[in-house]
Design a protein around this ligand. Structure first.
Ligand code: CP
Ligand code: NVA
Length: 300
């Protein structure tokens, strides 16, 4: 059987997501106690910092009977210029799967092309599909599903926004993105989703995106690698803070999501992230359950 990678939400069908979430739910409740990854190893390459991704993948592998190797790209030979195709072929001789977090999405695609074991995208500048799976599981738990729901994205059209667009394409919910001019999501991902019939709108007006939304979502204004632009981005994103006034425009049962880490007082007000509508801690926890389901499916 051909190996399966997970580089984008669109690598999954709607049925795949339903099956994955059913397994994640059984793992979360303790109904599933198997160890299908006994004797198996996941290599985790990190070219950027991480708390949630690193810990949830490592703990997840352990709970499924396997183990994970943390490989900082600074310490392995990739950092000294060893080609990705060589790294892919060598690691494939030792391990059963590779998770990678890096800058250039093309590197992840190259790794996947040359590896003979499944490759998982643990965040690139382009997308963050594992996080959006955890977000969707949180939506399912809090709101009973995503069917007929309206999701709002407020802020940078970044990796998270791009993965939300792909999720709207696969699952069919309504997605509104409010982004300042020049900070829109990836054009290719947006056009592909629209061509596939996805219900997605981009506006520059946060109030328009949030009006009646069941899920209000944001992320930092300067992502990893953009630290030098922090000041200019703070100016560009003025007016895009998710605060109590903005949340009032959402549906009364709306939840607030943020992939974390968060910058209180910038993209989100403390009252919102710490408030009753916030589900950010469930969202962070769900990284573990959904990734365990993904690992058991791809590596099991
Ligand atoms: N949300 C997320 O991916 O967090 P980390 O950067 O801590 O992994
Ligand atoms: N957009 C953020 C997400 C962090 C999990 C970043 O890329 O830094």
């Amino acid at each position: 059987m051909a190996k399966r990678d997970f580089l984008a939400v669109t690598d999954l069908s709607r049925d795949d997501v339903v099956r994955l979430f059913d397994l994640a739910h059984r793992m979360k409740t303790g109904a599933y106690r198997e160890t299908p990854l006994a004797g198996k190893t996941l290599a985790m390459i990190f070219a950027k910092s991480s708390t949630r991704t690193r810990v949830s993948f490592e703990v997840g592998m352990y709970q499924l009977g396997g183990q994970a190797l943390f490989l900082s790209s600074r310490d392995i030979q990739i950092g000294r210029g060893e080609p990705i195709p060589d790294t892919a072929r060598v690691l494939s001789r030792y391990v059963n799967g590779i998770m990678i977090r890096t800058f250039d999405h093309g590197e992840v695609e190259q790794l996947a092309r040359h590896a003979t074991v499944p490759v998982i995208n643990g965040l690139t500048d382009l997308s963050h599909p594992c996080q959006v799976l955890a977000d969707l599981l949180t939506v399912q738990e809090a709101l009973g599903g995503w069917e007929g729901k309206r999701v709002a994205w407020v802020g940078d059209g970044n990796n998270m926004a791009n993965s939300w667009i792909e999720a709207a394409q696969v699952l069919g919910f309504e997605l509104w993105l409010a982004c300042p001019e020049g900070y829109e999501p990836n054009r290719g991902i947006f056009d592909r989703a629209k061509q596939a019939g996805a219900c997605i709108e981009v506006t520059e007006v946060p109030e328009e995106a949030v009006e009646g939304a069941h899920v209000v979502n944001t992320d930092v204004w300067a992502s990893m690698g953009q630290e030098g632009e922090a000041e200019s981005r703070r100016n560009a994103f003025r007016g895009y803070t998710v605060d109590v006034d903005l949340m009032r425009l959402a549906h009364p049962t709306a939840i607030f999501l943020h992939c974390l880490p968060a910058h209180r007082g910038e993209e989100v007000a403390t009252e919102v992230i710490e408030g009753p509508q916030s589900r950010v801690w469930d969202e962070a926890e769900n990284r573990l359950h959904v990734q365990k389901a993904l690992l058991a499916t791809l590596l099991g």
